[in-house]
Design a protein around this ligand. Structure first.
Ligand SMILES: NCc1[nH]cc(CCC(=O)O)c1CC(=O)O
Ligand SMILES: [Zn+2]
Ligand SMILES: [Zn+2]
Length: 380
C-alpha cells in the first residue's frame, strides 16, 4: 500500500460525517501535504530508539480493517439481533409511525410480506408488541392482552406456521391494554397492586408461551414476576421449551416516547417512576439483576442501552454465565435518525458505533430498530 493510498484510506473510508459535510481535498492538495511531510521527515530525528521500550507502538496492530475487527471481543452478527414489531388488531393496517422513522404498525395480513425478505437476508428473531386500536379493547385489567383473538396471540400462531425457524419473543406487559396505560393492575389510590399484577402478568406470559412464543419477556417491572412466570411454566410442563428473558434493569426516562406513540401506551395519569428504575440507581439495578437470576431468568436485559453501558457491564459481571441483552430503545433510534438528518453524522456509521459500544459493554443480544438495515450492512 503506497503512502498516498494510505492517506486516502484514512481520509475517506472511515469518515463518519455524511457525504455532504466532507470537504474532499483535491489530489494536488493531498500531494503537497505528503511532500511537505516527507521533507520534514528527512530533517527530524527519530524519537524511538530501537533498543528502548517499544510498547508505545500500537498503530501496527490495527492498520488493516481485518486486524481492526480482531480488536473487538464480540463482533456484531445477524443472530445477535432481535427486531421489534408492532402488531395491530386491524388486519390490513400498515401505517408508518411518525416518531420512529421507517417503522410501521402492522395488521396480521401485512406481517408475512414484511418479514419474508428480511428472513431471506438472515433475520433470526422478532419481538412482538400488541397495539389494540379499538378503544373498546382497553380496560382496567388489560383483558385484551391474552385475548386468543388478539394481535399478539394471532401473530404468534401465524408466524410459527409461516416461519418455523424464526425465534419469536413476546413482550409481556399490560400497558398497551389497560385503560389507564400503566403496566399492571392498580389500587384505588393509583399505585400498582403488585400481587394482582404479578398474577395477571404471569397468566399473559403463559398464554403467549402456549400460543408458540419461544421466549417471553416481561417488561412490566412488577416485583416477583420472574418467579411467578417460571413456576407457571414448570407447572404447565413447558418450562423446558420457553426462554424467560427479564427486563431486569429497565430505567424510567424520556427515551420510550416514540414507542409509547407507536403502541398507544402512554399512562393517562402519572408516570412509571415508582416501578421503572431511577436513572442514577446503579445499585438498585444490580439488586434487580441478582434477584431475577435467583427467580429463574434465562436472559437478563438492560434498557435503554447507550445511556446505561455501565449497567450492561454490571449485568455481564453478575450474570457471567448467562446471555445479556440490551434494548436499543425507540428514543435512542429516533435521536440517531434526527441527528443524521441534520447532518451531524452518517446514520450507518453511528448505528454501528452505538451497537458496537453496547456489545463492548457486555451484551450479546441487541433488540434494535436498525435490524433491517444491519441485515444489509453486515453483508457488505
Ligand atoms: N412496558 C412497555 C414497554 N415495552 C418496551 C418498551 C420500550 C421500548 C422502546 O422504547 O423502544 C416499553 C415502554 C415503556 O415501558 O413505557
Ligand atoms: Zn410492555
Ligand atoms: Zn408496560
Amino acid at each position: 500500500m503506497s503512502f498516498s493510498t494510505l492517506v486516502n484510506d484514512l481520509t475517506y473510508r472511515d469518515d463518519p460525517r455524511p457525504a455532504s459535510a466532507r470537504t474532499i481535498s483535491t489530489a494536488t492538495d493531498t500531494r503537497s501535504q505528503i511532500s511537505r511531510a516527507r521533507s520534514y521527515a528527512s530533517t527530524a530525528a527519530t524519537s524511538v530508539s530501537i533498543s528502548g521500550d517499544i510498547s508505545s507502538q500500537l498503530h501496527g496492530g490495527y492498520s488493516h480493517p481485518l486486524a481492526r475487527s480482531w480488536q473487538a471481543e464480540r463482533q456484531l452478527t445477524k443472530s445477535m439481533l432481535i427486531y421489534p414489531l408492532f402488531i395491530t388488531d386491524n388486519p390490513d393496517e400498515s401505517e408508518l409511525i411518525p416518531s420512529l422513522p421507517g417503522q410501521r404498525r402492522m395488521g396480521l395480513n401485512k406481517i408475512i410480506p414484511l418479514l419474508q425478505p428480511l428472513i431471506a437476508k438472515g433475520l433470526k428473531s422478532v419481538i412482538l408488541f400488541g397495539v389494540p386500536l379499538a378503544p373498546s379493547a382497553k380496560d382496567a385489567l388489560g383483558t385484551a392482552a391474552d385475548d386468543p383473538q388478539g394481535p399478539v396471540i394471532a401473530a404468534l400462531r401465524l408466524l410459527r406456521r409461516a416461519f418455523p425457524r424464526l425465534f419469536l419473543v413476546a413482550d409481556v406487559c399490560l400497558c398497551e391494554y389497560t385503560s389507564h396505560g400503566h403496566c399492571g393492575i392498580l389500587n384505588e389510590d393509583g399505585t400498582l397492586n403488585n400481587n394482582l399484577s404479578v398474577d395477571r402478568i404471569s397468566d399473559v406470559a403463559m398464554a403467549y408461551a402456549e400460543a408458540g412464543a419461544h421466549c417471553v419477556a416481561p417488561s412490566d417491572m412488577n416485583d416477583g414476576r420472574i418467579r411467578a412466570i417460571k413456576l407457571k411454566l414448570i407447572e404447565a410442563g413447558i418450562a423446558h421449551r420457553v426462554v424467560l428473558m427479564s427486563y431486569s434493569a429497565k430505567f424510567s426516562g424520556c427515551l420510550y416516547g416514540p414507542f409509547r406513540d407507536a403502541a398507544g401506551s402512554c399512562p393517562s395519569f402519572g408516570d412509571r417512576r415508582c416501578y421503572q428504575l431511577p436513572p442514577g440507581g446503579r445499585g438498585l439495578a444490580r439488586r434487580a439483576i441478582h434477584r431475577d437470576i435467583k427467580e429463574g431468568a434465562d436472559i437478563i436485559m438492560v434498557k435503554p442501552a447507550t445511556q446505561y453501558l455501565d449497567i450492561i457491564s454490571d449485568a455481564k459481571e453478575i450474570g457471567k454465565d448467562m446471555p445479556v441483552a440490551a434494548y436499543h430503545v425507540s428514543g435512542e433510534y429516533a435521536m440517531i435518525h434526527a441527528a443524521a438528518k441534520a447532518g451531524v453524522f452518517d446514520l450507518k456509521a453511528m448505528a454501528f458505533e452505538a451497537t458496537e459500544g453496547i456489545l463492548r459493554a457486555g451484551a450479546s443480544i441487541v433488540v434494535s430498530y436498525f435490524t433491517p438495515e444491519f441485515l444489509d450492512w453486515l453483508d457488505t
